[in-house]
Design a protein around this ligand. Sequence first.
Ligand code: IVH
Length: 680
Amino acid sequence: MVQQTSGSASAELNRLRDEINRYNYQYYVLDEPTVPDAEYDRLFQQLKAIEQQHPEWITPDSPSQRVGAQPLASFTTVAHEKPMLSLDNAFADDDLIAFDKRLKDRLGFDGSIEYACEPKLDGIAISLLYEDGLLVRALTRGDGLNGEDITANVRTIKSVPLKLYGDDYPSRLEVRGEIFMPKAGFAALNEAARAADEKVFVNPRNAAAGSLRQLDSRITARRPLQLCAYSVGIHEGQALPAKHTDILHHLKRWGFAPNDQLKTAQSIDECIAYHQALGEKRDSLAYDIDGVVFKVNAITQQETLGFVSRAPRWAIAYKFPAQEEMTTLDAVEFQVGRTGSITPVARLAPVFVGGVTVSNATLHNRDEIARLDVRVGDTVIVRRAGDVIPQVVAVVKERRPDDASEIVFPSECPICGSPATEVPGEAAIRCEGGLICPAQRKEAIRHFASRKAMDIDGLGDKLVEQLVDKSLITTVADLFSLTREQLAGLERMGEKSADNLLLALETSKTTSLARFIYALGIREVGEATARNLSAHFGQLDALAAADEETLQGVDDVGPVVAHFIRDFFVEPENIEIITRLRALGVNWPETDKSAEVDIPQPLADQTVVITGTLESMSRDEAGEQLRALGAKVAGSVSKKTSFIVAGPGAGSKLTKAEALGVEVLDEAALVALLAQHSNE
Ligand code: IVH
């Protein structure tokens, strides 16, 4: 073997760095990865191997230098060459209309102003200075005039270029933007912290701030942070384009990922429509936003308009309703769930948050209460983001009144008085009453009737409550023996509603094995597990007879779930209820898996995403039919998605599919596909 000369090793090093930078650019900026992770990892290992042999060749812009450096004693404060400003706020359409009018008056212009529309990311503002293409300094906004030097931390963030891409960049360039933590990364970080009994963060913004405030950048390196660049500060050596949106396109060329929601609007009415549309999309975005920023797009107009005190006249932030508010914890009550778990629920002074009035929030369990150190009477911060149930995320300790009282867990079930016991290894306490407990009975019946279970239309919570309280039903089987007279005699039920419910009950009797298994409400058996059990066993009796070892052979079923399933089917009372349900006409098609050779699965290996509204069937039904053909139905689009089905109203998933070049089927094409395979 020929000994490699140091000349060719350094050439190899440069080649590797360029190649890795190119792949980084494709991944982070273009969102179009071109090589598999394994290939990327291999190149990275080669780079590290050469750098290990020649430490003198390591430069700060090498892609290997993102792991963090030795801890600092403190951060230094540095003056911004150009102050970092803040933004004026708008809270209603009228504020925006007034803003537009003010600008036109100042510009002496009665045409339409073109605006750049961007989401207002909820993170930490940052200034990144590049000299001759190399990142030399990263400063926080601080008070706008002076910031803290957090270069070592920022260097660990993969979407921050250490070296600008290409070669046509200004000799000095300051890029400004927001560093944020995507929702998924935040959830994973908190989950890991909870498991390790460490401090959890209140929201993604605090998590981003806390991660950047680390003196030890090796900690920052492990945090899922991202950069969104939104403007240029100082720039020397080259003129920039005449429009803000074109400057952002230049930034993309130099290695900064553009925001996926960036648009231009030709009038303030279009801005209002953008705010409305983004508000509707807010929950489905991968990151938290607290509003929209509108900026006059033409730089000459920006210059004419100038600044007032610390904010530009040419930009405004139109806020969304806050997702966090303060309120007081008036009391804690204990709710009994379907499987007997007793959950503490916070009763709050009503507060408007995340677009609705919230007066209850879950407190999860004893561990969560200890972690929050929350007491009755405390002022708390409540967060409601998207469809997620409201959470108490923090206590404002300074406001704790002297008479704040500790939360005491009951030793008896608050509903039926049976003993409430601690479950070893769990933070939960559980009512021992089983189906004797009316609360558990009600929850079990509600679950049985729910849309994804037996789908009994019209059997709402209030009705279940009355049926159980009046002792008209004790188990789910009793539902199918209810009479018209019994139903019509209930509160808010006439004969017509009674007839409708009887019809719904009758219709629900014909179901699928997967739905029926899910409806039984076995602990830890959700929809997906029920589907796997149905596909595996094909027949209820085979499932009921399976031992724990056999059960663990089913996808997603581990020892704990296998144990719960077994526990359920050895209980004679449960078998009796199932026997009665079948006798009363509940039925589903069964398949004999032991006799089965090979069912055709024409869509095996295909991953499908369904979005928007479908007319001839619900999304759930479409999913069921696709799964029956072997497809995997996923919730989000990636480059691995085989195709998406998009109906009217499809939003970000459709946009993403189009951007990734994933095939898009409309409803007619889906129906044709299903029909084609059902004939095979
Ligand atoms: S522009 C002069 N654009 O909002 C313009 N700011 O309230 C100043 N922010 O400190 C900022 N997303 O941290 C701008 N697309 C965006 C933004 C954005 C978030 C933050 C930024 C700033 C604060 C102003």
